[in-house]
Design a protein around this ligand. Sequence first.
Ligand code: PLP
Length: 220
Amino acid sequence: MSLEKVRERIYKAALRAGRSPEEVTLLVVSKGQPPERLLPLYQAGQRLFGENRVQELLSKKPHLPADIAWHLIGSLQTNKVKAVLPHIVLLHSLDRESLLVEIEKRAERPLPCLIEVKIAQEATKHGVLPHELERLVERVLASPAVVLRGLMGMASLTEDPAQIRREFRLLYQLYRRLAEKYPEAPIDTLSMGMSSDFEIAIEEGSTLVRIGSAVFSDLD
Ligand SMILES: *Cc1c(COP(=O)(O)O)cnc(C)c1O
C-alpha cells in the first residue's frame, strides 16, 4: 500500500537528516479523490486530510468518519470563510490582511492558522512575500480570532533540486526566526513538501508534509 511506502520514505528522510521521524506529520491531500478512496487510508490509521477547495471539502466531509481532522491548504476566498470555518482544524493559507479581517468577523473560536509565504519563483504562487511577512505576523499575533502556528510554502516546480532546497531553506529560516522572536506563541508547524519534493523538505526542517499523488498513485 502506498501510504506505507510514503510513511517509510518520510521515516528514512528524517533519519537521514538526523531528525526524529515523530517530528514530521503526514497530511494526506485528498483533492480529486472520492470519499471511498480515503476510507482505506482512514482504516490504516490516517486521520489528517487536506483539501485545497472549500466546496470539495464540504461535500466530502459528511461521507467520512467524524474524527478526521481536516486542513484547508488552498487559497481561501473571503466569501467562503464563513462556510469553512467550523469544518477545519488548520488553515495553511493565511496570506493577506483582508482574509484575516473576514475571519475576525466570522470566527466563533480562534482558528489555528499558518501564514503562507511565497518562496517560489513562479508568478502564480500565492503567499506573502518574505519581506512583507513581519507586518502580517504582527497583525495576526494581535488578533484574538486566530492562533498562529507557523508557516506554509510551496517550492518552485522545477527539476533543479538545488533550487527547491534553497527555497525550503529560506522558509525554514523565516520559521526559526518567527519562533525565536515570539517564544510565547505556539509556533510548531512548518508545512512544506509535496509528493515531488517532500524528502528535501524534511531534510530542510519541515514538520508537516502535504502529500497527494504519491499516496494515491499506486492505488490506481
Ligand atoms: C495538491 C497540493 C498538494 C499535494 O500535491 P501532490 O503533488 O499531489 O502531493 C500539496 N499542497 C498544496 C497546496 C496542494 O494544492
